[in-house]
Ligand binder design. Structure first.
Ligand code: PLP
Length: 402
C-alpha cells in the first residue's frame, strides 16, 4: 500500500536523521528484522515444543526449542519461556504463576523508577494485586534497610526488583535475603538491563531470584517481546500454564525466530564490546552534564536522569518537546522526590544503547550533553544546535545497514 510505504520510509528517515536517546529503545540487526517478517507468522502453534494443539509444527518446534536453549545459555538459567508477547505480558504471566489475586507485592513505585506493571493503579497489576512500595534514599539509591523493614511489616508474597529508570547497580543477593527472611518469592524484571546482565556488565539475578522476566528489545537489541526464566522445575511448569492457556493464545513464532537471532548475536564477543561501549558512553554523557553544573544522577548502566527543573527551570515534558526541534529524542521521567504529575515530570531519562549501536563515540556522547545543555539553556539557536546534531548523525551507521 503506497500510503503506508511512504509512512514507513518517513519513519526510517526520522530514525536515521536523529539522535535516539530514549533509554528503552535500540536498533535491531537486519537479520532480526527479516525474521520478524518471516513465514512462521502464518503458523498457529498453541502449546509448547512437542506438545502442540495443531499439526505441522515440526519446524516451529525446532525454532522455539532453539530460542529456549539459547536464552538458557545466554543467562545461565535452567528453564525459559520465550512466548510472552512483551514485557508487560511476561510480568502478568509471572504474577499469575506465583500468586493469587489480591496477594501483596512489595515493589518500587512508578514515581521512583518502577514500571506501570509494578503496581500502578492504571495497570492490571494495581487492579489485581495489592502493592506496597519500598523507596529510594536521599541519594537516589534503593533503601535496602527500609525495604527490609517494610517486608517485615507487610509480609508480601513477592518482592520485585528491576526498574524502568534506575541508573545504579542492584544488589540482588541482598534483596533475595530479605525475601527469604520473610517467606516471599523474589522476582526480578531485568527488562532494561538484560544486555548488561548477558555480558557481565551488571551482576546476574539468576542465582538469587525465583523468577526473572525481561523484554528482548531494549539493551538486548532483539525484536519487541518478552521472556521468563527460572531455575525451578516446579515454577517453570506454573509459568508455562499461566502463559498458555492462562493468558496468551498462539505464540508469535516469527518473533520467537527473531529472538533466536537476538540471543545468538548477544552470545558473540562483539556484543560484549557493544555493551562495554554503551556503559562508557553513558558515563561520559552523564559526566559531562555534571561538569556543566546540571542536576544529574550518577550511572552504572545504560541510562541516567537529569532534573530539568533544577538544571534549566523547565519541566521534563517541555524539555522533551524542545529537544525534538533539533532532532534529539529522550523522554520525560519522574525524578526522586518529584512533585509534578507523571505526564509533566521534573526531569528526563537519557540512554545511550540505541546511538551506541549506530557507532556513537565517547567524544560524541560528551558533545551530545553539550548540545542539550546549550539548547535547553538558550545559549545557542535552533539552527546552530541542529547543525551540531547533524554533524554527529552524519558519522553514524544507517539503520538499514546494521
Ligand atoms: C522494567 C520494565 N518492565 C516491563 C516493561 C514493559 O515492556 P513492554 O513495553 O514490552 O510491555 C518495561 C517497558 O518499558 C520496563 O521498563
Amino acid at each position: 500500500m503506497e500510503l503506508l510505504n511512504q509512512i514507513i520510509l518517513d519513519e526510517t528517515k526520522r530514525q536515521n536523521n536523529g539522535l535516539e536517546l530514549i533509554a528503552s529503545e535500540n536498533f535491531t540487526s537486519a537479520e532480526v528484522r527479516r525474521l520478524c517478517g518471516s513465514s512462521p507468522t502464518n503458523k498457529y502453534a498453541e502449546g509448547f515444543p512437542g506438545h502442540r494443539y495443531y499439526g505441522g509444527c515440526e519446524n516451529i518446534d525446532k525454532i522455539e526449542q532453539l530460542a529456549i536453549d539459547l536464552a538458557c545459555q545466554l543467562f545461565g538459567a535452567q528453564f525459559a519461556n520465550v512466548q510472552p508477547h512483551c514485557g508487560s505480558a511476561a510480568n502478568m504471566i509471572a504474577y499469575a504463576a506465583l500468586l493469587n489475586l489480591g496477594d501483596t507485592i512489595l515493589s518500587l513505585g512508578l514515581d521512583e523508577g518502577g514500571h506501570l506493571t509494578h503496581g500502578s493503579s492504571v495497570s492490571f497489576s494495581g487492579k489485581q494485586y495489592h502493592f506496597v512500595h519500598y523507596h529510594l534514599g536521599a541519594d537516589g539509591r534503593i533503601d535496602y534497610e527500609g525495604m527490609a523493614k517494610m517486608a517485615a511489616e507487610t509480609k508480601p508474597r513477592l518482592i520485585l526488583a528491576g526498574f524502568s529508570s534506575y541508573p545504579y547497580e542492584i544488589d540482588f543477593k541482598h534483596i533475595s535475603e530479605i525475601a527469604k527472611a520473610n517467606g516471599a518469592y523474589f522476582m526480578v524484571d531485568m527488562a532494561h538491563i538484560a544486555g548488561l546482565i548477558a555480558t557481565g556488565y551488571h551482576p546476574s539475578p539468576i542465582p538469587y531470584a525465583d523468577v526473572v522476566t525481561s523484554t528482548t528489545h531494549k539493551t538486548l537489541r532483539g525484536p519487541r517481546g518478552g521472556i521468563i526464566l527460572t531455575n525451578s522445575p516446579e515454577l517453570a511448569k506454573k509459568i508455562n500454564s499461566a502463559c498458555f492457556p492462562g493468558i496468551q493464545g498462539g505464540p508469535l513464532e516469527n518473533i520467537i525466530a527473531a529472538k533466536v537471532q537476538c540471543f545468538y548475536e548477544a552470545l558473540q564477543p562483539s556484543f560484549k564490546q557493544y555493551i562495554k561501549a554503551v556503559v562508557a558512553n553513558t558515563k561520559a554523557c552523564a559526566d559531562e552534564f555534571a561538569k556543566l553544573g546540571c542536576a544529574v544522577s550518577g550511572t552504572d548502566t545504560h541510562l541516567f536522569m537529569v532534573n530539568t527543573k533544577k538544571s534549566f527551570g523547565m519541566t521534563g515534558v517541555d524539555a522533551q518537546h524542545k529537544v525534538e526541534e533539533i532532532g534529539i529524542t529522550f523522554n520525560k521521567n519522574m525524578v526522586p522526590g518529584d512533585t509534578e504529575k507523571p505526564s509533566v515530570t521534573s526531569g528526563v531519562r537519557i540512554g545511550m544503547a540505541a546511538t551506541t549501536t549506530r557507532g556513537l563515540t565517547e567524544a560524541q556522547a560528551r558533545e551530545t550533553a553539550w548540545i542539550i545543555y546549550d539548547y535547553l539553556g538558550n545559549h545557542v539557536s535552533r539552527e546552530v544546535a541542529s547543525a551540531r546534531v547533524q554533524k554527529i548523525v552524519a558519522t553514524l551507521k544507517d539503520i538499514d545497514k546494521l
